[in-house]
Ligand binder design. Structure first.
Ligand SMILES: Cc1cc2nc3c(=O)[nH]c(=O)nc-3n(C[C@H](O)[C@H](O)[C@H](O)COP(=O)(O)O)c2cc1C
Length: 182
């Protein structure tokens, strides 16, 4: 892979290309891309079940689709995938502990989370920036993950709520760029 022409200004400062694409190398590379954090959850077997996912993306307006990538190793997704509705909450800046809790293993993930459910079992986290009430639309195999397309049935947006940001394997908060306070 040629990353820069030798005659390019500053080319000597370009890091050398890495072709040994180990999971650690890829995780570190992907971590340079900031994302939000979502909670994907539904009531299954009479209790809320869900997981934290940073792989959320908007996909289509017509039909209204979003996607998340779910690891094939997920033990929660098999329960969620048959749910009639899935709640997707875009977590807020103060939801760092919620995100950690929703990724923890061997615990009641919702024990310390304030949440509510719809009649059809979609579970939403209180205080989020966005709630999407979704049904499963399609699932595409993608390596060690599944790309899950979700169809939005209804939504509630709270644009005044500042989102939680995941970058460099850390939770962060947004700060406006280029303002007099920047
Ligand atoms: C910040 C963060 C982002 C995550 N994003 C994803 C994701 O996009 N897809 C995924 O499958 N797991 C993701 N996880 C891991 C899941 O939340 C969860 O830990 C994993 O699915 C294992 O739990 P399970 O076996 O109950 O599914 C993320 C975890 C954290 C802390």
């Amino acid at each position: 892979m040629q990353l820069a022409r030798p005659d390019m200004e500053g080319a000597e400062r370009m890091p050398s290309a890495v072709s040994d694409l180990t999971p650690a190398v890829l995780r570190a590379a992907f971590a340079t891309f900031p994302s939000g954090i979502t909670a994907i959850a539904a009531v299954r077997d009479g209790r809320p079940q869900g997981l934290a996912a940073s792989s959320f993306a908007s996909v289509s307006l017509c039909p209204p689709l979003v996607s998340v990538c779910i690891a094939r190793t997920s033990t929660t997704w098999p329960a969620l995938r048959s749910a009639p509705r899935l709640g997707l909450s875009v977590l807020a800046a103060e939801h760092g502990e919620v995100a950690r809790s929703l990724a923890a293993r061997g615990t009641d993930r919702f024990a310390a989370v304030s949440w509510e459910r719809t009649a059809q079992g979609a579970v939403f986290v209180h205080g989020s920036a966005l709630w999407l009430d979704c049904s499963r639309y399609a699932e595409l195999p993608a390596g060690d993950h599944e790309i899950v397309l979700l169809c939005i049935r209804q939504l509630r947006a709270y644009p005044e709520v500042s989102p939680l940001v995941f970058h460099g394997s850390r939770f962060r908060q947004l700060r406006a760029a280029g303002t007099e306070h920047g």
